[in-house]
Design a protein around this ligand. Structure first.
Ligand SMILES: Cc1cc2nc3c(=O)[nH]c(=O)nc-3n(C[C@H](O)[C@H](O)[C@H](O)COP(=O)(O)OP(=O)(O)OC[C@H]3O[C@@H](n4cnc5c(N)ncnc54)[C@H](O)[C@@H]3O)c2cc1C
Length: 443
């Protein structure tokens, strides 16, 4: 500790203002403890609704909020924009990319996770994951551009390539994307595209395991599988992607031509284990003590997707927003106790509020452990929970209004093609015939 008056002068540094970091910072708000939150982005992002940005249902600003704004009301918290590249745990300093460093007495690491391409990082430009606003806009651009180009193309092979959409990974993100793309395609074709037949659209959900939604009970996964099939998604299980390039992917010997591929096949923790020189566990996550501290370092806590914490039975906790949020609140409480000289001995306990995934309009699944819910009721509950979890009242109101409007009109308001993305990321062919000569309409 750097001073004799820990309550007023102790420096807590929180790296990452996602679900975990923000919950921890808010928990330390108005505590009198000096807190610095450092993040490489200036905004907090509600990742569970990113797929709605990628499929033109919401705009980026609906689900993102400047961290400075969220934490601005706490006088004891300062927010810094900066990328962390290392930690000097002996010297108690956080090392930033610009060469500067931040001193800490207590450190909270909440840097989340990133998509794992399992050694094939070269696939990333062709198959972006869904983790940032940039990626969501890139996917939206590719999706909407493909329809625009197909409307003008007459060569059947080009039309097929443009109207094939592949989502890799049958977890909640893959399922949500596949359902949303299929519904978007049907709705757009019905209303706005006169030269595309809905039967030409091929949405593929590719999963290497024996079934989709492996983390959910089998009956919920079966319901999701049947629902997706019903709305025109081809669910391919037990199939591994072996190659991806600018205009195709391969499943062993089978080559599928497509310019719109989304990666949702797996995540790995941020590289914080490397910063600390410790051995990462499952998915590179850092094993932590029951109080979420780094073993041998009571002054360092690791929370959220980066932490490998276990439940009472020793089972790893899932990388979920609700786990991250509860861990952030717990560590804030622990630090408040520590820095005011009181003891805090209770270990972290996760309270499961239900694991959910949305599959389509009026269809979602909920797993509460001892009971489950599916269909329209689950969809309403999913919508309520997600609105409630949005960062503030303004976002809740904005998103609610848009969802209610969309529910009744079926219109998606954010169908904008971003010109900037078109320059360096556009890999599709130009139309094979002049614009003045569109193919005949057919539906
Ligand atoms: C598409 C998608 C859908 C999801 N849907 C759900 C869902 O429905 N329900 C659910 O419970 N969970 C869902 N999740 C998982 C959930 O979003 C994560 O579990 C949660 O975000 C983890 O919180 P976190 O604070 O650990 O990380 P994050 O929320 O990812 O925050 C990490 C923060 O650290 C910052 N950071 C990272 N590296 C650095 C660095 N080097 N320097 C400075 N800052 C850094 C990042 O900019 C970010 O702000 C979803 C995830 C995705 C990607």
């Amino acid at each position: 500790m750097s001073t004799h008056d820990p309550y007023t002068h102790s420096q807590v540094v929180i790296i990452g203002a996602g679900f975990a970091g923000l919950a921890c910072a808010k928990g330390l708000g108005k505590s009198g403890i000096t807190v610095t939150v450092v993040d490489r982005r200036n905004h907090n992002l509600f990742q569970p609704l990113l797929y709605q940005v990628a499929t033109a249902a919401l705009s980026p600003a609906d689900i993102a909020e400047p961290v400075r704004r969220t934490l601005g009301r706490y006088d004891n918290i300062r927010v810094l924009l900066g990328e962390v590249v290392g930690i000097d745990s002996t010297g108690h300093r956080v090392l930033l990319k610009d060469g500067t460093s931040l001193p800490y007495d207590d450190l909270v690491i909440a840097t989340g996770s990133e998509y794992n391409y399992f050694g094939n990082d070269g696939w990333k430009p062709f198959a972006p994951g869904l983790k940032t606003i940039h990626e969501a806009r890139l996917i939206r651009h590719r999706l909407l551009s493909a329809f625009e180009r197909a409307e003008r193309a007459t060569d059947p092979a080009i039309r097929k390539r443009l109207l094939t959409f592949a989502i890799i990974g049958g977890g909640p993100t893959g399922v949500e994307m596949a359902g949303a793309i299929s519904e978007l395609a049907r709705q757009m074709i019905h209303h706005d595209f006169k030269a595309i037949n809905k039967n030409e659209v091929d949405v593929l959900l590719i999963e290497a395991g024996p079934r989709i939604l492996a983390a959910f009970p089998e009956k919920l996964a079966a319901y999701a599988h049947a629902y997706l099939t019903d709305i025109g998604v081809r669910v391919l299980t037990g199939r591994s992607v072996t190659k991806i390039d600018a205009d195709s992917l391969s499943l062993g010997d089978e080559r599928i031509e497509t310019i719109c591929i989304v990666w949702g096949a797996g995540v790995r923790a941020s590289p914080a284990a490397r910063w600390l020189g410790v051995e990462g566990g499952q998915q590179g996550r850092i094993p932590v003590e029951p109080d979420l501290s780094l073993p041998g370092h009571p002054d360092i806590a690791v929370i959220g997707d980066t932490a490998l914490a276990t439940d009472e039975d020793g089972k790893p906790l899932p990388a979920l927003a609700q786990v991250a949020k509860q861990q952030g609140e717990y560590v804030a409480d622990r630090l408040r106790h520590k820095l005011t000289g009181r003891t805090h001995t209770a270990p972290f306990r996760f309270h499961n509020r239900g694991n959910t995934a949305v599959i389509g309009r009026n269809a979602a699944i909920f797993d509460f452990g001892s009971w489950t819910l599916k269909g329209r009721m689950a969809w309403f509950l999913w919508a309520l929970v997600h609105v409630y979890l949005l960062v503030n009242f303004e976002k809740r109101l904005l998103v609610s209004i848009q969802w209610i409007t969309r529910y009744f009109t079926r219109q998606r308001s954010a169908r904008l093609i971003d010109e900037n993305h078109g320059r360096d990321d556009d890999t599709s062919d130009p139309p094979d015939k002049p614009f003045e000569n569109p193919p005949a309409a057919g539906r």
